[in-house]
Design a protein around this ligand. Structure first.
Ligand code: ADP
Length: 655
């Protein structure tokens, strides 16, 4: 029962009382006063603001704390409407619930709302209201307990803001961020992390990092994590690979700290993931290129060098010393022209120097360096200018090689070539002399031979009848021998004339020499029943008389070495790269392959004189003519079926 009512009742009973009643009543009154006093003190000393509010919503009684809370004096507050004190936005916030409270539908009302202090500032208050009722349950007034929660509200607000800030930082961060529970499963992940690992957020959450780690990097994190949990280190940083959902590998720079609770127990891990795949690729490319460079310089027999912008040598790879035996240290810090080269004059050096000063690349610059151990070494260098990232000239770099062997081989070759040229010249001279001799000899032999044969013939004619039979036979042999000798001498003369009496090579249609040859053979052809056909023949630079001789010899042989059937002879011409290929094919007795080369030599014959007449000079003449025309001659043949003689003539484009 409310204290005021108890008091009232007690006073009412005071009027008609017995002495015993008086004593009891006094006791009761004393007790009541005590209780009233305790209540008042409690009311005043309470940490919370306390108020009695009448049914119209006006303060009936307020404690000191409440006055402090609102910044009004007690006198000002009592009689003031609670609603007027409320923050405009919260004024009607509890109306409905207050109605329910008064109606007895609810026992208490709790709310958090704002009030305006006297100085206009806002105070956040937690208010709890209960109704006091009389014995019949009629509402008498409300008791309100008010607590200032401004500080908490501000803290909450700040927390909310910081939470929001944190969220957006989490989401917008360029790095992948994940919160990882003590069971190693992702609790929270940001968008970037999902991108890096290639999993959608809902799949990633609940997964462990281990599940998606590259098999080779599974263990790398374990020791560090142990140390982190043990408090030996305050963060983990390492680089490792993860397998993305699509199977590709991503290189990640992984950093992790451990969040602990208020008692210092591990709560969860915060991990930052940065995609360094590109960097790793670049690093690998650099490594590979260095590796390539290293193995190149190791495997190559050449060496590498660098000069600074003053052309002083700054670096020389070891290979230089190994290859040349020259001491690389002797060159370091010096310019190329500071040391002697036997092959270069001052002008040569000046030219090279000027080229370098123009920052031009150069190739195969050769120096014959004296070797301290004796002799010289030939060194060849190739270089290009080096510029920095701003395009400023920084010097030269290049390669060098020892070319001593090549230089010596070149010198040997030159010597050998000179000797050969001298020999060829001598040979030519002696050939010419020989030809001259053959020509003179055969020419001079003709005259006495003519004497021998004409007088032998005269002798035979005049004294034939007076001679015995055997002398007549001897006479016959003598005439025959003289005739053969005449033929031999004529052929030899023809042979020697190819070199000495050849005419200038002029454009000639091959039809002309062929016709001339056939005219010379006009008796032999019908006699043997031969047919001679030919392709259309080209025009070439040639000595017409000599080519007529070639055709005549080859066609003449085809008639002479005929088989059982009548000779069929075909002259063909084929255009080939840079030359004409002429062929004379027959259906004669053919030639065994082992004689293919021999028959072109002087006096070489395959048959006895009685079998087929001849001197063995015809093909030698053909060979000489072909060679004089810059061509070749050869034969293909099937014994018994026929032979084909081939020769080539240099082609010339005629306008
Ligand atoms: P010769 O005809 O005066 O004997 P050649 O130099 O013209 O001399 O020929 C050399 C040899 O080559 C001949 O003796 C013959 O044995 C062989 N020969 C040349 N032409 C033919 C041919 N068309 N068929 C077969 N053998 C040939």
């Amino acid at each position: 029962m409310p204290r005021a009512k108890q008091l009232q009742r007690a006073r009412g009973k005071d009027e008609a009382a017995s002495p015993l009643d008086v004593t009891r009543r006094r006791n009761v009154q004393a007790a009541l006063r005590d209780s009233e006093e305790r209540y008042r003190r409690t009311f005043e000393l309470a940490g919370s603001g306390l108020a009695q509010v009448d049914l119209d919503g006006r303060f009936m009684r307020v404690n000191h704390r409440l006055c402090e809370m609102f910044g009004y004096s007690e006198a000002e507050l009592v009689g003031m409407s609670v609603k007027d004190l409320s923050h405009p936005e919260d004024r009607d916030a509890v109306d409905e619930r207050r109605r329910k409270l008064i109606a007895g539908e609810v026992n208490t009302l709790h709310a958090e709302k704002r009030y305006l202090r006297k100085d206009g500032s806002t105070v956040w208050v937690h208010v709890a209201i209960a109704m006091e009722r009389d014995a019949s349950g009629e509402p008498l007034y409300a008791i309100s307990v008010l607590d200032d929660i401004t500080a908490r509200k501000h803290a909450e607000q700040a927390l909310r803001e910081s939470e929001a800030r944190y969220r957006s930082t989490f989401e917008l961060a360029g790095s992948g961020i994940g919160h990882i529970g003590l069971d190693r499963k992702f609790i929270r992940v940001n968008r970037r992390l999902c991108e890096i690992l290639g999993y959608p957020e809902h799949e990633l959450i609940g997964m462990t990092g281990r599940q998606i780690s590259h098999p080779e990097d599974l263990e790398v994190i374990d020791t560090q994590r142990k140390r982190l949990y043990a408090g030996e280190i305050d963060h983990v940083h390492l680089e490792k690979r993860y397998l993305r959902k699509d199977g590709s590998t991503v290189w990640v720079a992984f950093s992790m700290v451990l969040e602990r609770d208020a008692e210092g127990r591990p709560a969860y891990e915060i991990a930052i993931f940065d995609d360094i795949t590109e960097r790793k690729r670049a690093e690998r490319a650099v490594r590979e290129s260095e590796e390539r460079f290293r193995s190149l310089t190791q495997l190559s027999s050449d060496w590498y060098w660098e000069q600074d912008e003053t052309f002083a040598l700054r670096f020389m790879s070891q290979r230089m010393g190994e290859k040349t035996g020259l001491a690389a240290s002797a060159f370091i810090g010096r310019k190329r022209w500071d040391q002697p080269a036997l092959n270069l004059s001052d002008e040569d050096w000046a030219r090279h120097r000027a080229q370098l000063e123009r920052h031009e690349p150069f190739r195969d610059f050769e120096m014959e360096r004296p070797n301290p151990a004796g002799g010289t070494r030939w060194v060849s260098v190739t270089g290009e200018p080096v510029t920095d990232e701003n395009g400023k000239f920084r010097g030269y770099r290049g390669v060098g090689s020892d070319v001593t062997e090549r230089k010596r081989a070149e010198a040997d070759l030159r010597r050998a070539h000179d000797e050969l040229a001298k020999k060829a010249e001598e040979l030519q001279r002696s050939n010419a002399e020989l030809e001259q001799f053959a020509y003179v000899a055969s020419h001079d032999l003709q005259e006495p031979l003519r004497m021998v044969s004409s007088y032998t013939q005269l002798l035979a004619k005049r004294y034939k009848d007076q001679l015995p039979a055997d002398a007549q036979e001897f006479m016959h042999f003598t005439v025959d021998g003289a005739a053969r000798m005449k033929q031999l001498i004529e052929d030899l003369l023809a042979y020697s004339r190819v070199g000495t009496k050849g005419r200038e090579l002029l454009p000639v249609s091959l039809e002309a020499p062929l016709k001339r040859a056939l005219t010379n053979l006009r008796a032999a052809i019908p006699e043997s029943g031969a047919s001679v056909t030919s392709d259309a023949l080209p025009t070439v630079d040639a000595d017409e008389v000599q080519l007529a001789q070639v055709f005549q010899n080859l066609i003449g042989n085809a008639l002479k070495f005929r088989g059982k059937e009548a000779p069929r002879i075909h002259v063909g011409a084929l255009e080939e790269a840079g030359e004409w290929h002429v062929s004379i094919a027959d259906n004669g007795i053919g030639i065994e392959p082992q004689y293919f080369d021999r028959i072109f030599m002087l006096f070489q014959r395959l048959h006895a004189m009685g079998e087929y007449p001849g001197t063995g000079i015809g093909l030698a003449i053909c060979k000489k003519v072909a060679e004089r025309h810059g061509g070749r001659i050869w034969v293909t043949s099937t014994p018994g079926a026929g032979s084909t003689f081939h020769f080539t003539l240099r082609k010339k484009e005629f306008p």
